[in-house]
Design a protein around this ligand. Structure first.
Ligand SMILES: Nc1ncnc2c1ncn2[C@@H]1O[C@H](COP(=O)(O)OP(=O)(O)O)[C@@H](O)[C@H]1O
Ligand SMILES: [Mg+2]
Length: 362
């Protein structure tokens, strides 16, 4: 109950737990808050302050334990705790703005539609008014730029020189704007050889700055779990995993999901998409569901309009918005990836409760 109230009221910075609350419960709350909201001050009132109470409380992250009848001590404890909170918030430097959703589009197989989906989802979000960034993490063979007919004057490689001090201005220098939609894009390096010269911490730093400045960050990936992809997955809000109706693609999806399980990535962050879902090749969507033991969120039909739009350099959601492929991509974006404001999705919307997709890895 208290956790719920705290969850819904990010403005609350101090909590005083009364003497009637069991020590164990109080410690649990402090422990959870310490991880999710380190700036939150938890002060515990106890009828008697003994060594056992004090040590369990402090170990769990309670800031101070105060005798319940000592109002002066409580006042002083609150003042100290408020000071600490404001110092922590100061150092956090705008953590409250840190709300962007990072969506990584992945498949361990090439040619299944990662770039098609990531470009179209990103263009759809941007053209409907959301501040959106598309990052091409297919560092060696990225084709986001060519798919969107961009002529980038900078790329993700330019982030290397800013490593350690990348900020909003630095980020802006990496971006090429897709004028028709207003989408910001960070393209892959021009020279595939530069891919190996991008340290993984640059990707991490870039995505962290990006989520302070964008509502959505869509990440296109190469067909393997490179360390860069793992870093992106780790701080992603959602993973879009793509399969098509062929045995290798389904097998690869299984392997990818098992790998993610092994890394502790939560299942509920995954959105499974079946691309070219109406292809008549003997394998049916039901077979895919049976094989991966997970429901498919969206089926995207096969359409020649997709390669045609790519060849024109105009994403299908703009080129042919009435096409069933465009409708499915909008459904994917609007129903499964957009931030849900009302209802049970606060945990997702609330940066203070943001989880690492790989629990325990940081
Ligand atoms: N729904 C679809 N219908 C028809 N062709 C598609 C569809 N989705 C993707 N394609 C085609 O499949 C090819 C591979 O798509 P792409 O997005 O580049 O895959 P990836 O990035 O996974 O390698 C492209 O030629 C694209 O035009
Ligand atoms: Mg691709």
């Amino acid at each position: 109950m208290v956790a719920r109230v705290l969850h819904d009221n990010l403005g609350v910075q101090q909590v005083v737990i009364g003497p009637d609350v069991a020590l164990e419960q109080a410690c649990e709350l402090a422990e959870a808050a310490r991880l999710d909201r380190p700036e939150l001050g938890v002060i515990l009132l106890r009828p008697r302050v003994d060594v056992t109470t004090l040590s369990s409380a402090l170990r769990s992250g309670v800031r101070e334990v105060v005798p319940s009848d000592d109002h002066t001590a409580l006042g002083e404890a609150l003042r100290r705790s408020r000071d600490l909170t404001s110092r922590l918030l100061g150092h956090a430097g705008g953590a409250a703005k840190d709300t962007g959703r990072i969506i990584t589009v992945f498949s361990a197989k090439g040619g299944v539609g990662k770039t098609t989906l990531s470009t179209n989802v990103a263009v759809h979000l941007a053209s409907t008014g959301s501040k959106t960034l598309l990052v091409d993490l297919d560092l060696a063979f990225g084709d986001v730029a060519i798919s969107l007919q961009l002529l980038p004057s900078s790329s993700i490689f330019d982030a290397v020189a800013m490593s350690g001090h990348l900020d909003e201005q630095g980020l802006a220098q990496l971006v090429t704007v897709h004028e028709p939609s207003g989408l910001d894009v960070i393209c892959a390096p021009n020279d595939p050889g530069d891919a190996d010269r991008i340290p993984v911490n640059v990707v991490n730093e870039l995505l962290k700055i990006a989520r302070q400045n964008y509502e959505y960050i869509i990440v296109d990936t190469p067909p393997s779990f490179t360390e860069h992809v793992l870093a992106a997955c780790d701080i992603s809000t959602s993973l879009v995993l793509i399969a098509t109706l062929d045995i290798p693609a389904v097998k690869n999806l299984r392997v990818a999901m098992d790998t993610l399980d092994m890394l502790g990535s939560p299942k509920d962050a995954r959105v499974i998409v079946l691309n070219k879902a109406d292809t008549k090749v003997g394998l049916r969507p039901e077979d895919v569901v049976t094989a991966i033991k997970t429901p498919i969120a969206v089926n995207i039909p096969n359409s020649l309009a997709v390669p045609a739009s790519i060849n024109r350099g105009v994403p299908i959601v703009l080129d042919d918005p009435k096409n069933a492929v465009s409708t499915s991509i909008r459904l994917l974006a609007d129903t499964h990836l957009r931030e849900v404001v009302i209802g049970a999705a606060e945990a997702e919307a609330d940066p203070s409760t943001r989880r690492s997709l790989f629990r325990g890895r940081r």
